[in-house]
Design a binder for this molecule. Structure first.
Ligand SMILES: Cc1cc2nc3c(=O)[nH]c(=O)nc-3n(C[C@H](O)[C@H](O)[C@H](O)COP(=O)(O)OP(=O)(O)OC[C@H]3O[C@@H](n4cnc5c(N)ncnc54)[C@H](O)[C@@H]3O)c2cc1C
Length: 410
């Protein structure tokens, strides 16, 4: 017999969306259980960006100083090297936010921080190594989930189940929700290469002649992303590791003396890119948020922002209803309604860049020059505020509206 947990909100997935929602609901006094299939957060995640909008939320929650004690780098401008020319694409220093910069922080630091903050509230329960395998349906509604744990099968029953289990969401599959597949022309190879003190300090995208390479400064090493045409990984493997290493150093010559660290394919992970969204994000008793509702392309590095903003909107709309047991299907619809415009607008921009820029770059073999929009950014620095606003804040930024419930005295 599976053991059973009863809670008010069961969240599947301890990524940015699930952890933020779990923390905010527990802070508002709601009993919540977050289930994460991995044993820890120390994994290769997809993106380490903490956007100014998320920093603003931390400020509103009174957690900013504590948060910025974690290892991070601050980026006030984003630049890319296109061919031989460096172009500044975004300038965050004019954003109407408390922090006028973007932070790079390993995602496990961010998730551990949310877990620590969540544990300050009695209603916060995080179960690691709990892999959700199915939903429980009762009286035509979702009444919870079934999970595998090292201790055996587990049932979690709740008036609300939230699917925050990412782009390959088990829950949305089990629920049979219709997916609108938008598609992406690329996948990403993800790898680490040692960083030296005299390397360039900034996080740079390098684009040239059929190649696209991003190196994220993580102090001791570069977290590198090499963009490849979708489905071409087998072909790249067949050409061999020396050919891939050579392509990387052509774009980033400063890595030549240590590119040999990529000594076998186990040091390189393939991250598949998907762009899709659900036609309907909810069923009675179930709500999808984050990538489970809308898988985001890595273009612009904004998927984490969208996931967190979904969580904030969901907490704002649902916390009081969950607390008082008055949640209805309309409330779940209100979350989708609130977040549909930011999702669609962001995906439309990502698809435009995927098709107009990335597809062309990957298909080309000639050295490239900055296209006219980038030339405009170089000529009129004022214009750099617009990309910074879209990347840093996104469309319709959310604010925390849930009050903090009184905590029992310790
Ligand atoms: C190559 C690549 C690079 C990217 N780079 C960036 C970037 O730089 N910046 C950015 O903002 N966005 C980036 N993105 C997008 C970003 O990764 C996602 O939009 C974001 O992580 C979505 O957060 P989430 O919480 O919804 O889902 P996820 O981050 O995918 O988290 C889902 C969680 O659910 C867990 N889980 C899954 N299934 C189960 C289950 N059955 N039971 C229990 N737990 C489960 C997973 O282990 C995971 O912890 C990138 C995407 C890709 C593909």
């Amino acid at each position: 017999m599976p053991s059973t947990i009863e809670t008010r909100c069961c969240i599947t997935g301890g990524g940015p969306a699930g952890m933020m929602l779990g923390f905010l609901l527990a802070r508002a006094g709601v009993d919540v259980c977050v289930l994460e299939k991995h044993a820890d957060f120390l994994r290769d995640f997809r993106g380490d960006t903490i956007h100014p909008s998320t920093l603003q939320l931390m400020y509103e929650l009174g957690l900013l100083d504590e948060f910025l004690k974690r290892p991070h780098q601050e980026l006030r401008e984003i630049a890319a090297q296109v061919g031989t020319q460096t172009v500044t694409i975004g300038d965050f220093t004019h954003l109407p936010t408390h922090c006028k910069f973007l932070v790079f922080m390993p995602q496990w630091e961010f998730l551990n921080f949310l877990a620590e903050q969540g544990r300050r509230y009695p209603g916060f329960h995080l179960k690691m190594q709990a892999e959700v395998t199915d939903i429980i349906r009762e009286n035509s509604r979702v009444a919870g989930v079934q999970a595998k744990t090292p201790e055996g099968p587990l049932e979690i029953r709740a008036p609300l189940t939230v699917a925050a289990d990412g782009r390959h969401s088990t829950l949305r599959k089990c629920a049979g929700l219709e997916i609108l597949n938008i598609g992406a022309p690329m996948d990403v190879l993800w790898m680490e290469i040692t960083r030296r003190a005299d390397d360039p300090a900034q996080t740079f995208g390098h684009v040239d002649a059929g190649k696209f390479f991003i190196a994220i400064n993580r102090d001791e090493y570069w977290q590198c992303a090499f963009v490849i045409p979708k489905g071409s990984f087998d072909e790249i493997r067949a050409r061999g590791l020396p050919a891939l290493r050579e392509q990387i150093v052509q774009l980033s010559p400063y890595l030549r003396d240590r590119i040999g660290e990529l000594s076998d394919w186990s040091r390189i992970s393939l991250l598949t890119v998907a762009v899709d969204r659900l036609a309907r994000w909810f069923l009675p008793g179930l709500l999808c948020i984050g990538d489970a509702a809308h898988a985001m392309s890595p273009v612009g590095g904004v998927g984490i922002n969208l996931a967190i903003q979904d969580a904030v909107a969901a907490a704002n709309i649902l916390a009081a209803k969950l607390l008082h047991g008055t949640l209805t299907e309309e409330d779940l619809g209100a979350v989708q309604k609130r977040r549909t415009f930011p999702t669609r607008a962001t995906q439309a921009l990502q698809v435009f860049i995927q098709n107009r820029v990335i597809r062309r770059v990957l298909a080309g073999s000639q050295s490239v020059a900055p296209p006219w929009p980038l030339k405009l950014l170089r000529r009129f620095p004022y214009l750099r505020r617009f990309p910074a606003r879209i990347i840093g804040l996104g469309f319709r930024p959310e604010h925390v509206c849930t009050p903090e419930a009184p905590r029992p005295k310790t």
